[in-house]
Every structure is written in C-alpha cells, then in structure tokens.
Ligand binder design. Sequence first.
Ligand SMILES: Nc1ncnc2c1ncn2[C@@H]1O[C@H](COP(=O)(O)OP(=O)(O)OP(=O)(O)O)[C@@H](O)[C@H]1O
Length: 264
Amino acid sequence: MRSMQGRPTTDELLRLQDVRKVYGRSRNSVAALAGVSLGFQRHTFTAVMGPSGSGKSTFLHCAALLDRPTSGQVFLEGEDLTAMKERALTKLRRNRIGFVFQSFNLLPALNVVDNVTLPLRLAGKRPNRRLVDEVIERTGLTSRRKHRPGELSGGQQQRVAIARALVTRPVLLFGDEPTGALDTETALEILGLLREAVNSGEQTAVIVTHDPVAASHADRVVFLVDGQVSAELQRPTVQQVARQMTQLGAWARKQQAVGAERMV
Ligand SMILES: Nc1ncnc2c1ncn2[C@@H]1O[C@H](COP(=O)(O)OP(=O)(O)OP(=O)(O)O)[C@@H](O)[C@H]1O
C-alpha cells in the first residue's frame, strides 16, 4: 500500500523503490539490481531466492544500505536511508537492524555473553542484564554462557549470532544464508528462532536463501532473476518453491543460451 506522495504507509516497515545497482562502467557494467520495488510489511518473514548471480546479495546489501544503490530509494519506517550520511546510517544500523550470516561471524576469543553483548558495547551502551539473560535464554544458550565459539556446534554458534542480532531489539532482521552451513535438523531450529522473533511482534525478518525448505518457513518468497523481481509466492510449500526455482533455473539457462548465441 502506498500513500499519494509515493511514500510508504505505516504498516510497511521497509520499502525499496526503483532500486538499481550497477557495478563497473560503460561496456563492462553489470546491473546487479535492475529496478527493484518491494515493500515489506511489519512482523512478516520474507525469503529472497533466485539463481546464482540474480542479485540476492546485492539486494540484501542495498536494503541494509551496506552498499549504496546507484539510484532509487530505500525507506525504513518511512525514513529515506539513501539520503542519510554514513555516520547516521551506521548508528541506525546498530540500533534498528540485526544481521545473521552463513558464517556466524563470531569473535573466537570472546565467550557467548561477550559475543552477544558486543553490539551494545560498540554502541557505547551498558548491557541490560535482564535483557541479555532473556535473549540468551530465548536462543537456548543459558548453559553455554561462558563457552567460546570453538567449543560450540555450528547450530549453537548460529544461535549466538541470532542472540547478538536480537540484543539491540532491532525492528529488522536480515539473514544472508543463515542456515547455509547447517544440517537439516539444526537449520530447522534456527528457522524456528527467526519465526519466533517475528511472532514475538518485535522483528520483521528478510533472509536470502538457496534452500526451498528454509524459504517455505517464510510468509512470502520473492524470486529475483537478472536483478528484477520475477515472481512471488505467499505462504509457500516446499514443493511450490522448488518448482518455481526449477522453472527459473531453466529460464536463466535459456537466457544464457540466447546471450551466447548473440555473441557468436
Ligand atoms: N563488486 C562487484 N563488482 C562487479 N560485479 C559484481 C559485484 N558484486 C556482484 N556483481 C555482479 O552482480 C550480479 C549479482 O551478484 P550477486 O552476488 O548479488 O548475486 P547472488 O544472487 O547473490 O549470487 P549467488 O547466489 O551466486 O551468491 C552478478 O552478475 C555479479 O557478478
């Protein structure tokens, strides 16, 4: 839903408007995002999928303004992030956005509590003991508080990464292949935690994934092809997601073949 001025309405937490990201110059340039307009309602869980090279990582980086779009706008709670200066953006990211990566990105020398509270300390805030305990309990890490990442399983390390992402109570949680390095059962636990975060009424989650099972846990799946939104599914089943990906794979291969024909 959009207001008359083209600005996002209040139930839309995040909006990308005509976002383009072009890498390189002139003949060698690549439009990794070729005009993406997408809205994300509060308290929803969205998965972004697409063939390799379709622009998923670029989408995530632009949506979080880790990378500036070449053109277009990104609104978070109605605020145009593309108009913000770097310092203000860093502050906003620390306070309102949480990130979870495939590779966990924990500091090996710090124990669980210190890893989890790191974003607060980086922001110059004193960790609120009750909130930290609550997040650690919610992610099932109470008995592992003093362990270092090297003493934890992959699933436990990802729990720490989720606890660290939640400790600032962000409105938005981004995941870049958050279950990519985990076995099926552990991946399900992590997806359950992301779902809980959304159901708690605090977070809105957007993840990039290659896995139809992970995507089927989302409320909506957005498919990218060649930097554009090519399809969407609401409340998808694993089968629907897999079918769509197969079709897109076939489509992407066909496009490549057409491109190769044009070059000879
Ligand atoms: N820094 C960069 N410089 C030049 N081209 C880039 C850069 N980053 C991405 N690209 C190109 O932009 C397009 C989209 O890349 P992106 O990494 O966003 O895709 P992806 O869907 O995340 O791929 P994958 O699933 O393989 O990780 C690709 O053609 C890629 O080669």
